[in-house]
Write a protein that binds this ligand. Structure first.
Ligand SMILES: Cc1ncc(COP(=O)(O)O)c(C=O)c1O
Length: 399
């Protein structure tokens, strides 16, 4: 079944152009976890703020009116996706800033109460690095382990909480392998102990449900460019009553939580993207294609391929697969025109597995062969068939 696509889905041209200079070689984009194209409806929602509405939303005169309305409409659209109040949304420059604001903001506002933060070993660097920074400021951070599928054990969290714990931050879905964490259970454990709970939902918005009260979280980060909005915009949900210290000091924008004149242009884009993301039905088509892809790979390669990540608790668009004994980077290097990512990097002539694969206990032989394919609203059956054919030609026919 082809992927369901809304009328506003990105144009085919964005995904499958002919590569200049390479005859009949088509481009296929399977790196939606890295970034998505801007949805045409999102671009349309932003256009008036490039052309006409230049007022500062904080001003008190006629030129501010349209900007202010647009900013608050966008805030309402983000809030509607997360099912929270508009004034619980703080616009940021993206997922990294939202994560930094959550971690440092809670630490700055609550350090009198405690200095202990709990996170996991498989977080994005936008969580790990702020944690390292806070350790240099005197915080103590516990990095919870994960099992072979990339999931944490809520009992490990229960055991790690101490009277000094002020924050737990556990990502909703992992960017490399797509594994979804038991956030509801973990958030409940934190709440029972009176500890704030943050989740990095940069990868899950628009792919799985991200309603803050269902999840039970106090803070939640989102990133525009993972959800068909532009790069450079995101948001942090901060539950009413939760105090955070700002990272940026200045005017009283965003209720004193993030100084700086808001980009109405980018907020309008994020708002529209969040409105579209409320409809999760396109993901059913994406999941079908993802599963078709995996079945075709198993058929062609048998036990020379293996799945990395959780078989069921996984984002519907993500397929991290290892071509065992091969090198993922080398395969991708020889698949001109196919955009995807690997889970290993070459450092000083040595292949090193990503910290995520390491934490999952993936062996070097398997991890080195890992490729992350991430599908999106624009992916078609032809894209998948073409990639399977190209992989088969490269790895079987050509040897
Ligand atoms: C899980 C996760 N968190 C945070 C980020 C950072 O988001 P941004 O690129 O908007 O700063 C990313 C981006 O790759 C991500 O995948």
């Amino acid at each position: 079944m082809p992927a369901c696509r809304s009328k506003a889905a990105p144009s085919r041209r964005q995904h499958r152009e002919l590569i200049p200079g390479v005859l009949n070689m088509q481009r296929v984009y399977l790196d939606y976890n890295a970034s998505t194209p801007i949805d045409p409806a999102v671009a349309a929602a932003m256009r008036p703020f490039l052309a006409d509405h230049y007022g500062n939303p904080s001003s008190g005169h006629w030129a501010a009116a349209a900007a202010k309305v647009a900013l608050e409409t966008a805030r309402g659209q983000v809030a509607a996706l997360l099912r929270c109040r508009s004034d619980e949304i703080v616009f940021t420059s993206g997922g990294s800033e939202a994560n930094n604001l959550a971690l440092k903001g809670v630490f700055f506002a609550h350090r009198e109460r405690g200095d202990h933060i709990i996170t996991t070993r498989i977080e994005h660097p936008a969580i790990i690095e702020p944690c390292r920074f806070l350790e240099r400021l005197g915080a103590r951070v516990t990095y919870l382990p994960v099992d072979g599928t990339g999931r944490i054990d809520p009992d490990d969290l229960r055991r790690a909480i101490t009277p000094r714990t002020i924050l737990v931050s556990i990502m909703h879905a992992n960017n490399e392998v797509g594994t979804i964490q038991p956030i509801e259970d973990c958030a409940r454990i934190a709440r029972e102990r009176g500890v704030l709970f943050h989740t990095d939902a940069a990868q899950s918005v628009g792919k799985v449900a991200t309603e803050v009260n269902e999840l039970g979280v106090d803070l939640l980060s989102i990133a525009g460019h993972k959800a068909y909005a532009p790069k450079g915009v995101g948001a942090l949900f901060v539950r009413d009553g939760v105090s955070i210290g700002p990272l940026l000091h200045g005017g009283g924008h965003e209720h004193g939580r993030r100084a700086g004149t808001e980009s109405v242009l980018l907020a309008a884009g994020l708002g529209k993207a969040c409105e579209l993301a409320r409809d999760l039905s396109p993901m059913e088509g994406v999941r079908t294609l993802r599963d078709r892809f995996w079945e075709a790979l198993q058929k062609q390669f048998g036990n020379r391929v293996c799945l990395i990540g959780h078989p069921t608790h996984r984002l519907p668009n993500t397929l991290n697969v290892s071509f065992v004994g091969r090198t993922g980077a080398e395969i991708l290097g020889r698949l001109d025109g196919i955009a995807a990512s690997t889970g290993s990097a070459c450092h000083s002539g040595r292949i090193e597995l990503s910290p995520v694969l390491n934490a999952m206990g993936v062996t070097p032989e398997v991890g080195m062969g890992a490729i992350r394919f991430s599908l999106g609203r624009g992916t078609t059956r032809e894209d998948i068939d073409l990639v399977v054919e190209r992989l088969t030609n490269l790895l079987i026919t050509a040897g």
